[in-house]
Design a protein around this ligand. Structure first.
Ligand code: SF4
Length: 484
C-alpha cells in the first residue's frame, strides 16, 4: 500500500482533530512513514487561527492558507478547509463519507432520530450538510433504524465486558498488548484470575446498589480461551455466579489452537451462547505468514464442535488487506462462509498500527493496494447481503483510509445486542479486567463518564483497589447515593 503520511506543527489541542481529518483523507501519522504527503501548520493567536497546508506528490507541490476567526464552529471550519484543499489538490471527491468524521457514523444518525427526523430527512441532511454519498447515507439510516430498539432500552440495562489480555502467539498485524500465555508463570495467572474475580464482585455490588440489570456479557481480549482450562473455569464461574442469567453471553474463542472441545463444552456448561471463531482468512500461506499457529482444517473442526455443542450464534471474523491477500482469497473466504453459515460475519479492514510487528516487517510491502481492498470489501458486502445477512453495526478506524469501515453482518434473528450498544454508546458498559473501559452514561445528553483499567497485567493487579474505589465514586457521582 503506497501510504502517505502527514506532519502537524501547532498547538496540541488541535492535534487529535487534525489526525482524525487526515486519517479520513487516507493519511497515516507522520512518524509511521517516511512518505510525507501533507504538512500542516497551525497557529492560534489573539483569536485568529492561521492554517496552512502544503500537499506534495512526486514533484507536484500545492500550498494553501486560511485565517479563521476563533468563534463558533472553528473545528468544523478547520476540517472543511483541509478537506476542500485536499479535494482541489488531488481532484478526488471526498469519497462516500463526505466530510463525516469519527469512528462511529451511526451515532450522528441516532442524534437526528432523537430530534424526530424521518429517514428521508436524515438522508437529505447527510447528503447536503456532510456530502455523504447517497448510497452510504441510505445504508447508515437503514442500519440505525435496525439498531434503534437496542439503543432505546431503559438506562439501567447495562452490558458487561471482561478483558483477558492473553494470547497463544502474537499475530503479525496485531497491536493489542497481550501477553503470551505459554511464557506466563502459573502463579501470575492465578493472581490475575483472583484479581479479576474481585473486579467482577465489585461490579456485581454496583449492580445491586444501583439496580443495574446486566443484559449482555462479552468476554474478549486477547483470546480468553488460551487460558488453562482451570483458570478459564474460575473466570466463567465467577461471571455466571455474579451476573447470570443474561440475554446474551459471548466469548471470543478466536483461534482454533486455543479452543479444544472440552474448553468449548465448559463455556456452554456455564451458559455462554455466542462464540467467535475468527479465521481472519482461510489460506494456509497467509495464516503461516501472520504467525497464527494452526491449520485451516482446525478452523473447520472448531466450527463443527461449536455447532455440536449448541452455541446459538457463531460469529466469524475476516480481515481484508492482509499481506499477500488477493481478491481470489477473499472470494474463497466467502465461499466457505456460504458453506458453513455462521449466524454472524464481521469483515474488518487491516489497520496498520505502529505497535504491530507488521509495521517494521518486510511483509508490510505486500499489503494489497487500497483499490484491491475496496474490491474485496465490495465483494464481501454483495455476497453476504445476497445470502441474507444484514449489515447491522459498523465502525471506522482511526488509521483507515476514507472509505473503509469494519462491518458486522448478521441473520436478522441473530443480531448482537452487545455489539450495537458498545458501538453506539447509549448504554452503560461495565468493564472488568486489564484495559477494560467502564462507560457510565450521564443523561440527558448521553455524555460518557469513563474509567479505564490499566492494560498491563501487573499494573492492573497492583492498582485494582484504587481503581475500583474510583469507579464506585464515579458511579455515585453520576447516579447519586454513597460510595460504599
Ligand atoms: S489472536 Fe487476536 S488478540 Fe491475539 S495476537 Fe492474534 S489478533 Fe491479537
Amino acid at each position: 500500500m503506497d501510504e502517505q503520511g502527514y506532519r502537524y506543527k501547532g498547538p496540541e489541542e488541535y492535534h487529535a482533530l487534525i489526525g482524525q481529518v487526515m486519517a479520513g483523507l487516507g493519511y497515516v501519522g507522520g512518524y509511521e512513514t517516511e512518505n510525507i504527503g501533507a504538512r500542516i501548520f497551525l497557529s492560534d493567536e489573539n483569536g485568529i487561527i492561521d492554517l496552512t497546508c502544503v500537499f506534495t506528490r512526486d514533484d507536484k507541490k500545492w500550498e494553501s492558507r486560511a485565517s479563521i476567526i476563533r468563534y463558533g464552529h472553528v473545528r468544523e471550519d478547520i476540517k472543511n478547509c483541509l478537506m476542500h484543499w485536499h479535494e482541489r489538490f488531488t481532484g478526488n471527491k471526498t469519497g462516500p463519507w463526505g466530510t463525516l468524521m469519527g469512528v462511529r457514523p451511526t451515532k450522528l444518525v441516532h442524534h437526528f432520530f432523537d430530534k424526530e427526523f424521518g429517514d428521508k430527512e436524515t438522508i437529505a441532511v447527510l447528503q447536503q450538510q456532510y456530502q455523504v454519498e447517497k448510497e452510504t447515507a441510505e445504508r447508515l439510516v437503514h442500519m440505525s433504524r435496525l439498531q434503534r430498539p437496542f439503543v432505546m432500552e431503559p438506562q439501567n440495562h447495562v452490558a458487561l465486558y471482561v478483558g483477558i489480555p492473553y494470547c497463544s502467539s502474537h499475530c503479525l498485524y496485531c497491536s493489542f498488548p497481550s501477553r503470551l500465555v505459554g511464557t506466563e508463570e502459573q502463579d501470575i495467572l492465578q493472581s490475575f484470575s483472583r484479581a479479576l474475580e474481585r473486579d467482577l464482585q465489585d461490579l456485581s455490588r454496583l449492580c445491586r446498589q444501583y439496580s443495574f440489570t446486566v443484559d449482555t456479557v462479552y468476554i474478549g481480549g486477547g483470546t480468553p480461551t488460551c487460558l488453562p482450562i482451570g483458570i478459564l473455569e474460575d473466570i466463567v464461574r465467577s461471571v455466571a455466579a455474579n451476573f447470570s442469567p443474561v440475554q446474551e453471553w459471548t466469548v471470543e474463542a478466536g483461534r482454533p489452537d486455543t479452543a479444544a472441545k472440552e474448553k468449548l463444552a465448559l463455556l456452554r456448561q456455564y451458559g455462554v451462547d455466542r462464540i467467535s471463531v475468527n479465521p481472519q482468512t482461510m489460506q494456509q500461506r497467509i495464516l503461516d505468514a501472520l504467525g497464527r499457529h494452526h491449520r485451516v482444517e482446525d478452523i473447520y473442526t472448531m466450527f463443527d464442535n461449536c455447532r455440536d455443542l449448541g452455541f446459538s450464534v457463531i460469529n466469524m471474523d475476516f480481515i481484508a488487506g492482509l499481506p499477500t491477500q488477493n481478491i481470489k482469497d477473499m472470494q474463497e473466504n466467502m465461499e466457505i462462509v456460504c458453506q458453513l453459515w455462521p449466524e454472524n460475519v464481521t469483515i474488518h479492514t487491516l489497520a496498520l498500527k505502529k505497535r504491530a510487528p507488521l509495521f517494521h516487517h518486510p511483509l508490510r510491502d505486500r499489503i494489497p493496494s487500497q483499490e484491491d481492498v475496496t474490491r474485496m470489501l465490495e465483494y464481501c458486502d454483495a455476497i453476504l447481503v445476497e445470502k441474507g445477512y444484514t449489515p447491522y453495526y459498523m465502525y471506522r478506524q482511526k488509521y483507515m483510509a476514507a472509505s473503509f469501515a469494519n462491518v458486522g453482518y448478521a441473520f436478522s434473528d441473530a443480531i448482537g445486542k452487545y455489539n450495537i450498544q458498545m458501538m453506539e454508546e447509549r448504554q452503560t458498559v461495565l468493564a472488568a479486567g486489564p484495559g477494560g473501559a467502564t462507560k457510565f452514561i450521564n443523561l440527558p445528553n448521553h455524555r460518557l463518564e469513563k474509567l479505564y483499567m490499566p492494560k498491563e497485567v501487573n499494573t492492573y493487579m497492583a492498582s485494582l483497589e484504587e481503581k475500583m474505589q474510583m469507579r464506585r465514586k464515579l458511579c455515585a457521582y453520576i447516579y447519586g447515593g454513597e460510595d460504599r
